[in-house]
Ligand binder design. Structure first.
Ligand code: ADE
Ligand code: ZN
Length: 346
C-alpha cells in the first residue's frame, strides 16, 4: 500500500491508532513493580527492596545477564494460577489500549517449576487471560513456550513433557535466556521433536550473540522467525538469506537500548533493516523493565530514527504477516490496518 505522508506532529497518533500485532513479549517481563509488591503481599513473599520506587531504581542494566538476574528475582512472587492470570490480564489490558489486536506471548515453565510450581498452574492461568481478552476485547492472543537456553537440552525435554497435556493451549516453542555460550544447536534434538509435534518454532538469536547463532537457528532448529536478530547486518550472506526466505525479525528497540545492544536509539539499525527489505517488526520484549509498552517502542524509535508513515504501515503489515494467525484473521487485521491509514487525518 502506498501511504500518504504524515506530519511529524501527527505521526505519534498514527502509530498509536494503527492496529498491530505484538510477537515478542515475555509475560514475566510485563510484571510491573506494583504487581510484584501486590503479589508478594498476597503470597507472603518478602522482597529484597523496601518499596516500588526502590525496585524500579534497580532497573539499570549492563547487558542481558544483569537484566535476567533481576527479572528472575521478580518471578519469585508468582505462586498460583490466579497470579499468572493477573499478570497476563494486566499485559493484555495495556496491549489492547495500544491497539494491539493480536499478541503472541512468550512464557517459560522452567523458572516456575524450579520454584516448585506445576506447569499446569502457569499455562492454565495465562491461557484463561488470553481467552478473556478474546471475548472482552475482540483481540486474539496465543502462547509460545520458551525453553531456557542456560539449562540443558534434557531440561527442555522435561519442560516439553510437562506441557504436553496442555498442548492445545500452546501455539509454538521458542528459545530464550542467556544467549552467548548457549548456541541454538544445543537444542537441536528438542526442537526437532517439537517440529514433529506440529509446534510453530522461533528462537532468540543475534541479540548479543553472533550471526552464526542466527544461521544455526534457521538451519539446525528450523525456526520460522528470529527474535531480535539485529546482529544479522554484520553478515551480508545472512541478510540475503533472510530476504530470500522472508524470515521475520522481531526487533525490540527499547530492550536493545536498555541492554546496551545499541548505545542510543538513534544508532538502532531498524531503519537499515527496513531499507534492506527485511520483514522487521517492533516489539516490547520485557516492557515493565525496559521503559515502555508497544506504542512507546514505536513512538520513541520513530522519533529517534526519523521513520515515515510508509514505514509505520510496513511494520504493522509485517507484524500480521509474521504472526501465526490463519489467513482469514490476517486479512481481517490487514484490512483494518488499511482503513486506518486511508481515513487518518494527516
Ligand atoms: N528473556 C526475557 N527477555 C529476554 C531477552 N531480551 N533475551 C533473552 N531472553 C529473555
Ligand atoms: Zn526476548
Amino acid at each position: 500500500m502506498k501511504v500518504k505522508p504524515v506530519s511529524a506532529e501527527r505521526l505519534p497518533d498514527l502509530l498509536r491508532s494503527m492496529p498491530k500485532a505484538e510477537l515478542h513479549i515475555h509475560i514475566e517481563g510485563s510484571l510491573e513493580p506494583e504487581l510484584i509488591f501486590a503479589l508478594g503481599r498476597r503470597n507472603g513473599i518478602p522482597l529484597a527492596y523496601p518499596d516500588v520506587e526502590a525496585l524500579r531504581r534497580a532497573y539499570v542494566f549492563e547487558h542481558l545477564q544483569s537484566f535476567l538476574d533481576v527479572y528472575h528475582a521478580g518471578t519469585m512472587v508468582l505462586r498460583t494460577e490466579q497470579d499468572f492470570y493477573d499478570m497476563a490480564r494486566a499485559y493484555l489490558v495495556r496491549a489492547h489500549a495500544d491497539n494491539v489486536v493480536h499478541a503472541e506471548i512468550f512464557f517459560d515453565t522452567q523458572t516456575h517449576t524450579g520454584h516448585g510450581l506445576d506447569a499446569a498452574v502457569v499455562i492454565n492461568g495465562l491461557h484463561r487471560a488470553c481467552m478473556d481478552a478474546a471475548s472482552q476485547f475482540g483481540m486474539s492472543a496465543s502462547l509460545i513456550l520458551c525453553f531456557l537456553r542456560h539449562l540443558s537440552e534434557q531440561d527442555a525435554f522435561e519442560a516439553l513433557e510437562q506441557a504436553m497435556p496442555l498442548r492445545d493451549k500452546i501455539v509454538g516453542i521458542g528459545l530464550a535466556s542467556s544467549e552467548v555460550g548457549h548456541p541454538p544447536e544445543k537444542f537441536a534434538r528438542a526442537f526437532a521433536r517439537c517440529r514433529e509435534l506440529g509446534f510453530r518454532l522461533v528462537a532468540h538469536a543475534g541479540e548479543e550473540g553472533p550471526p552464526a547463532y542466527i544461521w544455526s537457528a534457521l538451519d539446525i532448529l528450523k525456526v520460522e522467525r528470529i527474535d531480535h536478530g539485529v546482529q544479522s547486518v554484520q553478515d551480508p550472506a545472512l541478510m540475503q538469506r533472510l530476504l530470500r526466505d522472508r524470515i521475520p525479525l522481531t526487533v525490540c528497540p527499547l530492550s536493545n537500548l536498555k541492554l546496551r545492544v545499541f548505545p542510543t536509539l538513534a544508532q538502532h539499525n531498524l531503519g537499515r533493516l527496513l531499507d534492506a527489505g527485511i520483514v522487521a517488526t517492533v516489539n516490547s520484549d520485557d516492557p515493565a523493565y525496559f521503559g515502555g509498552y508497544l506504542n512507546q517502542n514505536f513512538t520513541q524509535t520513530f522519533a529517534a530514527l526519523g521513520l515515515s508513515a510508509q514505514q509505520a504501515w510496513q511494520l504493522a503489515q509485517n507484524s500480521f504477516n509474521a504472526s501465526f494467525i490463519d489467513a482469514g484473521l490476517r486479512r481481517n487485521y490487514t484490512d483494518r490496518l488499511g482503513q486506518v491509514f486511508e481515513t487518518f487525518d494527516a
